[in-house]
Design a protein around this ligand. Sequence first.
Ligand SMILES: *Cc1c(COP(=O)(O)O)cnc(C)c1O
Length: 454
Amino acid sequence: MNPLLRQLPQVSKLVERFKGTYPEAIVKEAVRDVISRYRAEILEGARNSLSGLEKDIEEEILRRIKPNLRRVINATGVVINTNLGRAPLAREAVEYIAKIASGYTNLEYSLSKGSRGSRQEHVEEILCRLTGAPSAMVVNNNAGAVYLVLNTLAQGREVIVSRGELVEIGGSFRMPDIMRSSGALLVEVGTTNKTKVQDYVNAISEKTALLMKVHRSNFFIEGFVEEVGVGYLVKIAKDSSLPFYYDIGSGLLLEEERLLGFRTGEPSFAECIKEGVSVVSGSGDKLLGGPQAGIILGEREIVERLKRNPMARALRVDKLTLASLEKTLRIYLEGRPEDIPVIRMLTEKETALKKKALKLKRLLKGFKDLEVGVLRDVSRPGGGSLPSLELPTYCVVLKHRKLSTSELSKRLRLSDPPVIGRIKKDLLFLDVRTVFDSELKLIKVSLEKALGLT
Ligand SMILES: *Cc1c(COP(=O)(O)O)cnc(C)c1O
């Protein structure tokens, strides 16, 4: 027998060593795991010492204790980053979640009447006041909203959509698939790059239930292109007594110029209502800057039908979503959109970004073998929204003399807290647009761990 195998301590001894510090059940699992790994490595001849055993066990325990869903630092510059959880919530929205979640609430109880109320009431009136909509409703997410609208208004009947708008949103969400599963029959009109008024008009028949427009949230087409504007679609629908549904995707609440100070053509809820769209839906956690939700605004009669659909129950939002959504909407009502992180990040001034980058650079100076600089660059802050938008930004740029840039990037990703940047020209770019001030020092901590200094 290999003498090293004999030297392996007993499981119970190792468990004894750690169980005062960590939960015993987890210690046992971790010890068994590491011991059997060591045993296999010794037998394979891949290990010739037991030094590091206790350290490996402790690491294994920590790995098992750490939550899977963790806070990460987004240094990609992409504000609406679906992989990284989309919109970070405003602080007051987060505090309100904690308050509502830790006790009982009037979620479905009318305090004035002393009887059953509707969970929708808490946000419906505010949404209407903000956008001028006659009626409003909130569901789990915008994919759910699309499903509910189509299933309610067009099951077994035809929905006319431009071929250029049959988009894939990401993951497995493809517009034609969701339309099919809602029971609506898709009628594609126009071509990929051009759809004209006459294409819609010619497709309308007695089987038509709905005219639909889908915002191309995550890409744009340029060149020989033509699409029918919202105003025209409203008129075509009215002339045929059909409802017109616009899925605006990103859920910008008010006019782009008013909220962001620039114009890329991103539609907003308020403009859609003003133009006379019958029903419009968008996400709560994209440009609106709130929690995951599907926000539906529209004519009272249509929204009432949506609420009566049994699927509305399956798609309903929980109280935590309502709590944070209401707080987020109240920030808009109070005229402080800059207090919503998404809006603040999209409108952050170049001078402020430069200052933040220089501050981060100072913090990251002095690591051995690490070159640190600041470069002006452009961020594509939209990700799944504002696809054509590029904004000037400042990045802290890292280059390690011994580690490859992909290795450095990987180590930062696996560090604590994880830091996600972007690689460009063999340099690691940390775009400060999406980094909170409170996270600057944490990037230093993360880098210390990534380079093995702690
Ligand atoms: C993002 C998006 C959706 C899906 O919204 P979720 O909130 O992610 O469910 C649907 N339609 C469009 C146009 C989108 O951009």
